[in-house]
Design a protein around this ligand. Sequence first.
Ligand code: NAD
Length: 266
Amino acid sequence: MAKRIHELFNLNGKVSIVTGAAMGIGKGIALRLAEAGASVVVADINLEEASKTSDEMTAAGYKVKAVQADASKLADIERVIATTIDTFGDLHILVNNAGIYPFAPSLEMPEALWNKTIDINLKGYMFFAQAAAKAMLSKNHGGKIINIASIDSFHPTGNLAHYDASKGGVIMLTKALGKEWAPMGILVNAIAPGAVLTPGGASSMDFSKMTREQIEGMSKAFLDHIPLGRQGEPDDIAKIALFLASEAADYMVGATIIADGGYLVG
Ligand SMILES: NC(=O)c1ccc[n+]([C@@H]2O[C@H](COP(=O)([O-])OP(=O)(O)OC[C@H]3O[C@@H](n4cnc5c(N)ncnc54)[C@H](O)[C@@H]3O)[C@@H](O)[C@H]2O)c1
């Protein structure tokens, strides 16, 4: 008999890591995984904000631990995995979400900014996935790995060549790891969000030099490109991450789900 819907989305007994979960999309995903019953490790470079998020989640009755980590550093990745196993005894779900998107025109792109963006947004995803997969296999089971890509994986924004290249890479990394690891029961998939209202999104634009009319004009022009007529909320992406982490997505491998209010077809 096929599983009932409430069983399919039940993550009781599952252990997850969400990178960049102190705020924004990652926090939204951490909340949904925890609500479904998973233990959640909030791995973030910003310990102060990660601790606030974990305090909030603990107060809601969720099983959570904040760990300070730079997702682009292999030693930090190993430490997060070890802390997860020490604290919750296992690992079943990894969400690679930590990412940066600092605007920079390509003619003036500093090498250091290119390297930092690729290191966090692409290299970090690879080596977090590798370490998580090894941990899952060492426990004699598979798992779910969810990579947060972007509509910029498909369509450049402008002045984000480093970011667009990293996010294009995330889609192919997802396919490659999906193909290689599916026979071992590790299912790798991605989500490509459109414009989502987050602290990072707000601070990436420098509104200080713009007039109110310019800001409103820009916002309207942007919203006109989104058939749904609104930006996304972190929970718009979190609900899809919950689906991919659940047994409802057990036949998905190397896929990318686009969630952009229709931007790419607008
Ligand atoms: N917000 C959007 O419109 C949007 C659209 C498409 C894709 N995305 C992607 O979604 C993800 C989250 O974006 P967001 O808007 O929620 O960002 P955000 O800036 O609001 O939050 C990002 C979180 O990641 C953490 N972080 C940054 N660098 C880190 C590192 N090296 N190691 C560990 N943690 C680190 C930050 O401290 C922060 O808590 C990113 O990968 C981003 O590229 C966002």
